[in-house]
Design a protein. Structure first.
Length: 154
């Protein structure tokens, strides 16, 4: 750890910082950064292009009176795997805000994958940000897919 940081860092943070600044730690962080960058460059556009164009304009399942099927062990495992992937994408996107990669788009993709209370409201708030909406639609156009339809939020 650099001496100037050693003076200001709390003692409980010394061991993690020593690992981060060790050559092995820096190498692992670099490899992780390159892998996250490649995954974001390939995976995020692929996922966002596969969203239905009416993802934000269609009515909610509850409004349609549809009740979700009972959850068996397979559906629970799928639910857990989907949420784990979503939160990994959100975490990777946050890291990519300072590391190479498409951080904001990766966070958006993670929000689309994960299931949590208030998800639709948060998705609509994020997608209502004009640069995010334009970036997603630009990715969809390059993939030959129609632009996302604006819902009642936009």
């Amino acid at each position: 750890m650099p001496h100037w940081l050693e003076r200001y860092a709390p003692s409980w943070l010394a061991a993690p910082l020593n690992w981060v600044f060790h050559p092995i730690g820096l190498t692992l962080i670099t490899i992780a950064s390159v892998v996250l960058f490649m995954l974001s460059v390939l995976g995020v556009p692929w996922y966002l292009a596969r969203l239905p164009a009416d993802y934000f304009s269609r009515r909610e399942r509850r409004e349609l009176g549809l009740i979700s099927a009972p959850r068996n062990i397979g559906r629970w495992l799928l639910f857990l795997a989907k949420n784990a992937l979503g939160f990994v994408l959100i975490g990777a996107g946050i890291l990519m805000l300072v590391l190479p990669g498409q951080g904001l788009l990766t966070i958006v993709a993670g929000l689309f994958v994960a299931d949590f209370p208030g998800k639709r409201r948060l998705e609509r708030a994020v997608i209502a940000i004009a640069p995010v909406f334009r970036a997603i639609n630009a990715l969809r156009r390059r993939a030959g897919r129609p632009s996302l339809e604006r819902g009642s939020w936009g």
